[in-house]
Design a protein around this ligand. Structure first.
Ligand SMILES: [Zn+2]
Length: 262
């Protein structure tokens, strides 16, 4: 390795901004005069800048501006320093102790490439982990909802089929009460005309008026199972009427059925 090759190494370290001030000044002076070293510097500088700016930029606490992370630069410099043999002032001495090694700029370039790839990989990995976590959270919520739904359906099925339940027959179905739960279970219920829905009405113990409750629709085969949002033990009468879409505050049509609950 001749003295100019050593200077080329210095250019690479200079491009990384890692040379002590005195040597940096010497390299600057040399670059101004040497086309080959100037070309090498021009070749390396954009890569160094690109890594520093794109791979690990972080907002400056004071100004909020995006600036290169000092951590990345320190990491690269540390690797370069560890990879490069000790710097000696005398070229002859250097020849004696320094076997043929990767030139420092090749080591630096490799370090830059590794740092860039690692950082980009980490960014995309973090992104993947973040979105996976969000998906898992969403699935967990869905699973919880499904679980609740299944549990509710199991309770409903048990209530509707239990011999312990009270069954009040009505035309096309029945009203079922099990403990504090109250259901309308229709097997044959005609579809209401367009713009109309069925609405339940309940009369509570001690009250003389029907209070509006849920609206509902049968499915295509005329089946409707509705759990009423009431405490069944407090309800003494239940009715269903046909009402405009969205429901009414007072019944606007003759009830399709009225059941007194004993
Ligand atoms: Zn040169």
């Amino acid at each position: 390795m001749n003295a100019h090759d050593v200077m080329l190494d210095d250019v690479a370290v200079y491009a990384l901004g890692a040379l002590p001030p005195k040597e940096a000044a010497a390299v600057r002076e040399h670059i101004a005069a040497c086309a080959e070293c100037a070309a090498e510097y021009r070749r390396l500088k954009p890569a160094v800048d690109a890594v520093a700016y794109s791979a690990e930029a972080c907002p400056d606490a004071a100004s909020g501006a995006v600036v290169p992370s000092p951590r990345l630069k320190a990491r690269i410099m540390d690797q370069v320093r560890r990879s490069a043999p000790p710097r000696l002032s005398n070229v002859g001495e250097m020849r004696a102790v320094r076997p043929i090694v990767w030139p420092a700029y090749a080591v630096a370039a490799a370090c830059l490439a590794v740092a860039l790839i690692t950082t980009v990989f980490n960014i995309s990995l973090n992104e993947t982990v973040r979105s996976s976590k969000a998906q898992i959270a969403q699935l967990a919520t869905q699973a919880k909802m499904l679980h609740r739904e299944v549990a509710a359906q199991r309770t409903e099925l048990a209530d509707l089929t239990s011999t312990d339940s009270q069954h009040y027959a009505i035309e096309g179905g029945e009203v079922v009460r099990h403990g504090n739960r109250l259901y309308i279970a229709m097997e044959q219920m005609g579809m209401p005309p367009h713009g109309k829905v069925y609405q339940a009405w309940v009369m509570h113990r001690g009250s003389a008026a029907m209070a509006p409750s849920v609206t509902f629709m049968p499915d295509r085969s005329g089946i409707a199972v509705v759990r009423l949002p009431v405490q069944a033990t407090k309800v003494i009468e239940l009715a269903v009427s046909m009402e405009p879409d969205g429901g009414s505050k007072q019944p606007t049509s003759k009830p399709t059925f009225v059941v007194k609950l004993s």
